[in-house]
Design a binder for this molecule. Structure first.
Ligand SMILES: Nc1ncnc2c1ncn2[C@@H]1O[C@H](COP(=O)(O)OP(=O)(O)OP(=O)(O)O)[C@@H](O)[C@H]1O
Ligand SMILES: [Mg+2]
Length: 233
């Protein structure tokens, strides 16, 4: 079932026309990878979906309903969770306070303080520590845990591996696999190609505000031309 259906959106920052007719679908329970070089519009697509920078034209449907005119809190209440690029945790709040902020009245389910701590035992040990005292890897767990607290149906993950050591990136891969096993759908923006290809069911590549590739992640793995032309690697 198509959970997220982005159809021909155009998104601007004032006069800058960033997304120039982007269409993308994310299926329920699947991981959809969104790849592309720096500055091509990946975060802008995420911001368009969550309502921070709504598209000027085109439509976005979530679970069959149009959401492109809704405020971001209303989009979140329908079941879209966000782990923003750079994590954006609150440095002067404790781990527990950061997690509680992610909860949404009226959205209950599998995820609570307790189950987030079961997923990330390290966060339980750090429950009273301030966000600013955590390592990069712990901050990423916190950002994911905070998003899970709203019991999303779809999780938008914007470059979760950015700035993390290889060992921590492997843990992140395991976390994403476990989340997928729970039935959660994920849109994953990643520059770490091995990570993205390891977990993705389908992949999109964006270049200069347009989708230039959509297909099986294996094609990106095996087709040198796709990688050189669209990712420059
Ligand atoms: N708030 C803003 N105001 C104006 N221009 C912006 C703003 N945010 C981003 N841009 C520009 O929009 C374009 C797309 O940015 P975006 O953040 O979506 O790229 P990205 O693919 O996420 O890149 P990265 O991989 O570096 O995170 C870039 O040229 C960027 O400079
Ligand atoms: Mg970005």
């Amino acid at each position: 079932m198509t959970l997220l259906d982005v159809d021909d959106i155009h998104t601007y920052y004032e006069h800058s026309h960033i997304l120039q007719g982007v269409s993308l679908r994310a299926e329920g329970g699947q991981v959809t990878a969104l790849l592309g070089r720096n500055g091509v519009g990946k975060t802008t697509l995420i911001r368009s979906v969550i309502g921070f920078t709504p598209p000027r034209s085109g439509s976005i449907r979530f679970a069959g309903e149009p959401i492109e005119r809704l405020a971001s809190h209303a989009i979140a209440r329908r079941g879209v969770g966000l782990v923003p690029q750079g994590r954006r945790i609150f440095p002067s709040l404790t781990v527990e306070e950061n997690l509680r902020i992610g909860g949404l009245p009226g959205r209950s389910g599998r995820w609570s303080l307790d189950t987030v701590y079961e997923l990330f035992p390290r966060l339980r040990e750090r429950t009273g520590n301030y966000g600013g005292e955590l390592s990069g890897g712990e901050q990423q767990m916190l950002a994911i845990g905070r998003a899970l607290m709203s019991n999303p149906v779809l999780l938008l993950l914007d470059e979760p591996s950015e700035g993390l050591a290889p060992l921590i990136v492997r843990e992140l891969e395991r976390t994403m696999s476990r989340l997928k096993e729970t039935g959660l759908a994920i849109v994953l923006v990643e520059q770490n190609l091995p990570l993205a290809l390891a977990v993705a069911d389908t992949a999109y590549i964006i270049s200069k505000g347009r989708v230039v590739f959509h297909g099986d992640p294996d094609i990106i793995r095996t087709d040198d031309e796709v990688r050189t032309n669209h990712l420059g690697i």
